[in-house]
Design a protein around this ligand. Sequence first.
Ligand SMILES: CC(C)(COP(=O)(O)OP(=O)(O)OC[C@H]1O[C@@H](n2cnc3c(N)ncnc32)[C@H](O)[C@@H]1OP(=O)(O)O)[C@@H](O)C(=O)NCCC(=O)NCCS
Length: 228
Amino acid sequence: MSDVFAVELKNQLPDFLFNKFMLFVGKKKEERILKFRRREDAERSLIGDVLIRSIICHQFQKRNCDIAFEYNSYGKPSLKDLDHIHFNLSHSGVWVACAIDSSPIGVDVENMRTIDYSIAERFFSPTEYNDIMEKEGRERFEYFYDLWTLKESYIKARGKGLSIPLSSFSIRKNHSEITISSNREETWYFMQYNIDPEYKFSVCAQNSHFPQNLTIMHPLELGDRIPG
Ligand SMILES: CC(C)(COP(=O)(O)OP(=O)(O)OC[C@H]1O[C@@H](n2cnc3c(N)ncnc32)[C@H](O)[C@@H]1OP(=O)(O)O)[C@@H](O)C(=O)NCCC(=O)NCCS
């Protein structure tokens, strides 16, 4: 079964915690984090890294110094020498999310902001665009973000970024039943979590067993789970 975690960053991280967490991450990540101009972007990226480290340390009894990341040619991170563990991260607004499984998995969280539906006409499949436009008002708005995050979670599970055209597959959501049609053989499953009315939160996995609820963690808890 997969596991799904989220951390809410309501306020700026206190400096002592930011500095403590910076000691957990690798040199390259540290350099990347220091390049962010906005503190909140640096924090989200830092928390993502520390979140997956805390999960690996806690669930697999690893030491932080034994955790290293490698990246595929599209930038998807994976765990070096732990290729039986798959994970993915996402951050948007105040939320940082992490999904972990024994087979490929993708997660996407998005803060729902006013949008122009021509984006869906331009980038989504015709079926998806029609499904969106059949709805009205708030329902249409939410459905757009359902599809956006579901599509993004699928792309992230496959790990090939936007080299997979968004219109090359179609996702439909009928109540809680979510299906994908594409010309590929593998079967993918989807799950969504309602943790915040201003956000959509979607997970895509090859494994059909999702937890009913995700685990929300406080930033302070993360460091406690990372021994030396
Ligand atoms: C990079 C991409 C994988 C996700 O980008 P995103 O939605 O902006 O960002 P998210 O917060 O969800 O995910 C970022 C994390 O995904 C991971 N990631 C990076 N490249 C990845 C890839 N190819 N596949 C899966 N995960 C990836 C990293 O952990 C990254 O965290 P970091 O930036 O702190 O290192 C890519 O799909 C992209 O650029 N998407 C653009 C979004 C878009 O236009 N969507 C259209 C609507 S469907």
